[in-house]
Write a protein that binds this ligand. Structure first.
Ligand SMILES: [Zn+2]
Length: 97
């Protein structure tokens, strides 16, 4: 992942108005949520396939689960960073969690 794609912000921030209104999460945010959901499912699927006996198959599925776990973590981080940088949701406290 290059730095330029991380910092590029094609969507202009909304002008600050005094009126309080529900922010609409942007399409990008919804995409990150979808990625997070998908990554969680992949991780869950891998764990379910984990055999209860050690061996080559266990190791193979374990590696798959490890990759899925990292993807899940990355998807979560990407979502939180987007919320932090883009400020397109009302979940102001989310990044602290
Ligand atoms: Zn956004």
């Amino acid at each position: 992942m290059s730095l330029s794609t991380m910092t590029a912000n094609p969507i202009p921030l909304p002008s600050r108005r005094s009126q309080k209104q529900q922010k609409m999460p942007c399409a990008e945010w919804r995409g990150f949520v979808e990625m997070y959901r998908l990554a969680a499912k992949n991780f869950s699927d891998a764990l379910e396939a984990l055999p209860c006996t050690p061996g080559a198959e266990f190791n193979q599925v374990w590696q798959r689960a490890e990759r899925a776990r990292k993807s899940l973590d990355e998807a979560r981080t990407a979502l939180l960073w987007h919320e932090h940088d883009h400020d397109c949701t009302n979940r102001g406290e989310a990044f602290e969690a």
